[in-house]
Design a protein around this ligand. Structure first.
Ligand code: IN0
Length: 418
């Protein structure tokens, strides 16, 4: 039972209870399956199968047309990503496939049956997705197709070139995540749920994507390394090791952590722009959709900072923590409070002898500056006697009820957490 992991954190247990008792309504799916076509229903099934937690956040988008456009956009991106990740497809086939992927959206028969990836179903059932793509309003189709074309071409750039400079790191993250931010922002504005500026300011929407992707790349060092992938820029790791793989060696742990801290510092630089982007959002459900991944990212960076476990396994946040953060991400002031909290935690933990210490301090202070708010985000990890007796009582009288709570939140926060 996941509850056990949050047992030492009464605040997380409270969040889980509140989540079940209706506090989740703002962020939980709107169910309108009765009015949906069979193909659209299938798309939502694919969405849930590829990302259970994020599917729920998409389904909570209020505006129906925007929700469907976002669902289709997500699935198309997932399909493209599945092709990019599939090491069984030789580059001679993969490169032209990625470059022309956007054309598949207009081909009612296109599908790919030879993938071995876990999400291969989105490629095998692509006709269902592309059919629903063609039912979207032309503006939405245009945005999705354009992003798909740019991303497909962009992905191939680093097949033949190594990631060296920090500018190249940003360029790679732009292709795979910045473009997602740009596309989403254009969808938000086209739906009229958000002002025109949100879709037009591609600089800020790109930065939103960069923050998420850099966090993923930092966190996934070991997993990528084991699969023969490398997304850390040589300009940084080259200062600490002669091979990227050497960072995983026990004898290099001090250097590896320093390298990690430098990359985390680079990612933290993005916080002010992410706050600025989110400050422009007006629709509550669009705000939640954007803020949830951002707060999960800062939580993940804090957990990874100065943490040698990144080189030994997967570092993720607890489910209870994720739910608490998610429920606290419903307005800008609360998001600022969460960002401040985790930034302050990093600031406190900067080792005096870390080569990037001064820069990290500066970047944390800049983030804290833009995140000033009267709101507070607190965490507790003690066992007050009253809390203990409450927990024991709840546990004793409603074991069955607890399993139900676990089932709901488990499916919601699944892949954000351990
Ligand atoms: C996303 C992004 C996403 C959401 C909202 C606003 C965004 C603005 C700019 C760029 C991306 C934005 O969010 C998801 C979140 C996600 O999928 N989380 C995982 C958990 C995890 O740890 O990986 C989950 O399974 O729930 C995201 O990571 N990406 C994404 C993909 C498509 C869309 Cl439409 C939106 C992936 C990526 C590479 C960061 C862009």
């Amino acid at each position: 039972m996941e509850f056990v992991k949050s047992f030492a954190h009464p605040d997380e247990v409270m969040a889980l209870v509140k989540f079940k008792m209706g506090g989740c309504q703002a962020v939980m799916p709107k169910s309108d399956t009765k009015t949906m076509s069979e193909t659209l229903k299938k798309c939502y099934v694919h969405l849930t199968n590829t990302s259970r937690s994020f599917a729920a956040v998409i389904q909570a988008i209020d505006d129906v047309a925007l929700r469907h456009a976002t669902c289709i956009f997500y699935l198309v991106l997932r399909a493209l990503d599945t092709v990019e990740d599939d090491m069984t497809i030789p580059n001679s086939i993969k490169i032209p496939m990625l470059k022309s992927f956007h054309k598949n959206l207009l081909d009612k028969n296109w599908k790919y049956m030879d993938s071995k990836e876990k999400d291969k179903l989105v490629l095998e059932d692509f006709p269902t997705i592309s059919y629903e793509f063609r039912q979207l309003k032309p503006v939405y189709q245009q945005v999705i197709s354009d992003i798909c074309q740019q991303m497909g071409a962009g992905m191939t750039v680093f097949f033949e070139r190594d990631l060296i400079t920090l500018a190249e790191w940003d360029e790679y993250c732009h292709y795979v995540a910045g473009l997602v931010g740009i596309g989403l922002s254009k969808l938000f504005s086209a739906s009229k749920q958000e002002d025109e500026i949100v879709g037009k300011d591609t600089y800020l929407s790109n930065r939103m994507g960069l923050f998420l992707q850099k966090t993923n790349i930092i966190r996934d060092y070991l997993e990528d390394q084991l699969e023969g992938r490398a997304f850390w820029p040589r300009a940084v790791w080259g200062k600490y090791a002669s091979e990227l793989g050497d960072l995983a060696k026990e004898e290099n742990v001090d250097k590896s952590v320093q390298c990690l801290n430098e990359l985390i510092t680079n990612a933290l630089e993005l916080i002010p722009d992410c706050i600025k982007y989110m400050s422009r959002l007006k629709d509550q459900s669009v705000f939640n959709f954007c803020a949830i991944p951002q707060v999960m990212a800062i939580g993940t960076l804090e957990r990874c900072y100065n943490n040698s476990k990144v080189f030994k396994g997967v570092v993720k946040i607890r489910k209870g923590e994720a739910v608490k953060m998610m429920m606290g991400s419903t307005n800008l002031e609360q998001v600022k409070a969460i960002m401040s909290h985790f930034t302050s935690q990093i600031l406190r933990r900067i080792p005096a002898n870390d080569p990037t210490a001064n820069r990290t301090r500066e970047v944390c202070r800049q983030a804290l500056d833009v995140c000033q708010t009267k709101h507070e985000y607190t965490t507790s990890s003690i066992f007050p006697p009253l809390y203990m007796s409450c927990i024991l009582m709840i546990g004793a009288i409603s074991y069955k009820y607890w399993s139900e709570i676990s089932a709901v939140y488990d499916s919601f926060v699944e892949s954000y957490t351990t």
